[in-house]
Design a protein around this ligand. Sequence first.
Ligand code: NA7
Length: 579
Amino acid sequence: MALPSQLDVLVIGAGFGGLCALKHLRDEGYTIKVIDTASDVGGTWYWNRYPGAMSDSKSIIYRFSWDKDDLQTYPWSDHYVKQKEILQYFQHVATKHDLYKDIQFQTELTAAVYNADTGRWNVSLSTGQTIDARYVVTALGVLSAPNYPKIPGLETFKGRAVHTSRWPADLDLSQMRVGVIGNGSTGVQVITALAGHTKSLVSFQRHPQYSVPSGDGPVSSGYRQWANDNYDTIFTRVKQSYVGMELFESNRPYDSVPPEEAEKIFEHLWQQGNGFGFYFGGFNDIGTNRVANEHACNFIRSKIDSIVQDPEKARKLKPNELHARRPICDNGYYYAFNKPGVDIVHIGETPIVAIRENGIETTAGFHELDAIVFATGFDAVDGNYNRIRIRGRGGKSLKQYWDARERGPSAYLGASVPEFPNLLMIGGPLGPFGNYPPVVETYTELISGLLAEAERARRLPGARPGSEGTIIEATKQAEDEWTTAAENVIDSSLFKEANSWLFGNNVEGKKRAIRFHFGGLGHFYNTVHRVIDEGFSGFQPFSQNKSTTGTGADVKATKTHVEDAEVNGISNTKVDIVA
Ligand code: NA7
């Protein structure tokens, strides 16, 4: 597919966000194309092919809500979807909705420069092509730039060294001595899947994790029928919930029940499964009440003691800190350490000195290895943006803009940055934290509404290209207020006491600042709809004389209005977005 040199919309990324934007904006009549560095759709799920890769959002809601037919008929067998199935789902959606014809793969955005005279973006691609697009929508995903730790001697290792997000199809670890560095959500999954299937396995763990069982298993036909009968209610509930995962979220404060009752509640949640279910399903204040948090920690510590047979391994696996990181779940993580040949090194106690050509040396000794798996996470959120040169007003890069900002990277609603007009982010810094499909659907509604409004304003009599009132740009005040709101949420939370990718400080040299607005998906959804209803409050005002404002659902009405206006001789601007 040759990309046209002029577009209404260029979307970067063919994961959940990119496909959702493509489907809806194309239906609304825009000329739109998507590029992706991968060779197929899937985003995160294209890249993360490591053994055990699975979503911990339930299968029932890890999909688009707008294809009602798919909701009824698309097959899913377990409570959680595995990487291969998710990729197949993406391919199915792209084929069914004829999206492939508008996606160019193996193509990277190398630079995007805003032209204030035209209000458009000049985009350069790795293929050598250049594109002039009015709007650039970045659907980069929050976790796509791999983080390789800076460990001395890393480059000297002569065995296989792989990052979990770049898993080679031909990799057979069955006869190898394997070391895994990292035990976040990914590390826990890969360790659980590999244990017992390699010659030996050593987990090099810097901080132990609180993990609970996933509760995965086949779904019954009755459950499927219930989901099919209730999908509208389910998605309405999901979009009004905190994490968007169709898990019960409790309103009960921890102090409202005696400790023995709380213990029974934790046991019930443990049996039921899911890290978020455990964190939010029993009480509403595990993340804010230190006593409640400590009880949850003790509960999981006692589970580790009861599962792990070797007391020294159990000791290493038990965290001492608060449970204040992304909740995770597993399909037998702690049990994995009872398998022969599976060991753990607590590099928080005995740090890695260096990687040598045949293994890893810690202060406690040397581990000979044939392969090292880096489950060391991502340069998350802004890390994806910092890799590409995006220059807004006055040639300032996004990185320069964010670096100069005391309070860290930001975007109003996680979508729009002052000085970067007509650049719309899906899941930019300070976006919501939650199940991604409903998150991206909400972003798509926002973007669709903003584009409709900008197109209307741009066609008003006397409007000049790129002039105020015709472009989409968050105000600095809105950006600051949104940042303050995000900071306030985290200030009242225990999460601020832990270091993790949620704050950016999993990567050496990165500024510690909150990367998400933890107000919850319901808050985000309602805020976006309020912003739309208010005529896009927080954005530079659009020129008026409008007959209509609203979401993309109204764009066709807007176009009709413009066409009517033309017929009446009010404007002679050609409506170039009508397909
Ligand atoms: P995470 O959650 O960032 O976990 C990365 C892991 O790698 C974590 O255990 C880190 O230890 C460890 N790490 C990172 N750098 C080092 C160095 N230099 N030395 C030793 N260990 C290191 O990434 P994941 O991929 O697991 O999960 C990211 C998200 O993807 C997840 O939350 C899901 O939403 C999907 P640390 O704990 O920092 O001491």
